[in-house]
Design a protein around this ligand. Structure first.
Ligand code: BES
Ligand code: MN
Ligand code: MN
Length: 462
């Protein structure tokens, strides 16, 4: 184990160079103009795995390819499946980046680029830890499988059928995912809950074409006005969501969790300072961490209508549209939400407006068990890599495929985030701390050792 850790220490520079190489690839899954670049990232990953001597496949899907690789089975030892994603979110708005999104740049010990933390940097720690084992010991102490996709940021539509079809191939005891955050610098964490999501686009159509707002305004329903009214109706003044049945399946926070959240060191003042806001709001009766981690919510993600150019234009727009999403908590079903939402909107549609509701993607929230030998192994590995035992947290983001892993593979999911809350994920100047990159790699190398010490269970799917 000392040799493995020494290899990691002496290869910091090459590990950083390789991360930079991957970050130079503009693998924006949502942007069809970046299809070839997105594929190049998949190929780059496959090359990494082949160079480590893993059996590697680049699997074609109806969308971006899946990269699958596995090391040799180790008799009597558990199997770990590492999941991650090589795709990234669009980099816009470009003029807010200090250095361009696909020209990775190191400043103050952080590497800045789209995908630095989400998820290229975090994912790569597991590849580099396998490299360290292979180049020193020559083999891993347990079988590691890698499943790396290119569509996480657009809802993982092709991964789900792949996992269902290849349950035998993917069979494992635990799934390792580094695609979330630590609690704070110096406070590593294991995440035991994620929110789900239900994402929509609402398009409203009014008159045949844009109208003079003086000649027609007041007598014709304005789609932009109608959109504002409909969206505003989704929440009341206490920030409670108004869809009938919305809260029916919500699992309430336990008193124990609320106490544990309260014990974590983050005040609203610190949180406000991090974000540059002068106040906070959210569902009445809950703290900020509770609102972010364990309560459902609704946010508008994009709004389009009317004149956006310079100066003023007196126009009554013919169309208006909004992208918006609900974050869901475990046990809420995105399909039920869709049905309730459709009826809610149709019931309130004003005269002269036609509605189209596009259901972009949905995924349920997850809660994972803290009570398993793999979880204890992960905690020990984090302590070794980061010099401090992890705290246990929930997070507000979503990783759509996690539920499929628990249902189809029956495996325990270990959400081991190496990122920070101020890494600017999905936002300009995304970064990843190089120290966290190397600590994550150390923790990952230790994880293989700790997991190999646990006895493997009978495979639930066999
Ligand atoms: N890595 C994030 C998920 C995440 C973010 C987990 C913050 C924990 C904290 C992931 O890449 C992501 O952005 N997921 C999307 C999923 C969506 C596109 C279906 C999300 O949460 O918006
Ligand atoms: Mn991610
Ligand atoms: Mn993301």
């Amino acid at each position: 184990m000392d040799d493995v850790q020494a290899y990691i220490e002496s290869h910091r520079q090459s590990f950083e160079n390789e991360l930079a190489e991957l970050l130079r690839i503009a693998s924006v899954s949502a942007d069809s103009r970046q299809r070839a670049e997105t594929r190049r990232a998949a190929e780059w990953m496959a090359t990494q795995f082949r160079q480590l001597g893993l059996a590697t496949e680049l699997v074609e899907t109806g969308g971006h390819p899946i990269v699958y690789a596995e090391s040799l089975p180790v008799l009597g030892k558990p199997v770990a499946l590492v999941y991650g994603h090589y795709d990234v979110q669009p980099p816009e708005p470009l003029d807010e980046w200090t250095s361009p999104p696909f020209e990775p740049t190191v400043r103050n010990g952080n590497i800045y680029a789209r995908g630095a933390t989400d998820d290229k940097g975090q994912m790569l720690t597991h590849v580099k830890s396998v490299e360290a084992w292979m180049k020193t010991i020559g083999k891993l102490p347990l079988q590691v499988k890698f499943l790396i996709e290119g569509e996480e940021e657009v809802g993982s539509a092709h991964l789900e059928p792949f996992v269902k079809e290849h349950r035998e191939k993917l069979v494992c005891d635990c799934v390792v995912i580094s695609d979330c955050s630590q609690f704070a610098p110096g406070i590593p964490a294991i995440t035991y809950g994620l929110r789900g999501i239900a994402y929509y686009e609402l398009r409203l159509r009014g008159p045949r074409q844009d109208l003079h707002s003086g000649s027609f305004g007041g007598a014709v329903t304005n789609p932009a006005n109608a959109l504002a009214v409909l969206l505003a109706a989704l929440k009341d003044e206490n920030n409670r969501i108004q869809l009938p049945g919305f809260y029916d399946d919500v699992v309430p926070l336990t008193d124990r969790e609320r106490e544990e959240f309260r014990a974590l060191p983050l005040t609203d003042e610190q949180f406000m300072q991090q974000l540059g806001v002068t106040g906070l709001s959210g569902e009445s009766g809950y703290t900020s961490l509770e609102r972010r981690w364990a309560r459902p919510t609704c946010d508008i993600n994009g709004l389009t209508s009317g004149y956006q150019g310079e100066g003023a234009k007196t126009v009554l727009p013919a169309r208006a549209s909004a992208k918006f999403s609900f974050r869901l908590v475990p046990n809420q079903d995105p399909r039920k939400i869709t049905a309730s939402l459709r009826k809610f909107l149709e019931d309130r549609l004003p005269p002269g407006i036609a509605l189209e509701l596009v259901d972009h993607h949905g995924a349920p929230g997850v809660l994972v068990s803290l009570d398993s030998p793999y979880m204890s192994a992960a905690a020990a590995a984090i302590e070794a890599g980061f010099g401090r035992a992890p705290v246990f947290i929930r997070e507000g983001g979503s990783i759509p495929i996690v539920t499929t892993f628990t249902h189809e593979l029956g495996a325990d999911v270990l959400l081991l985030g190496w990122g920070q809350n101020d890494d600017n994920t999905h936002s300009p100047n995304e970064k990843f701390s190089l120290d966290d990159y190397h600590r994550g790699t150390r923790a990952s190398a230790q994880l293989w050792q700790e997991l190999a010490k646990t006895t493997n269970r009978t495979k639930k799917t066999q």
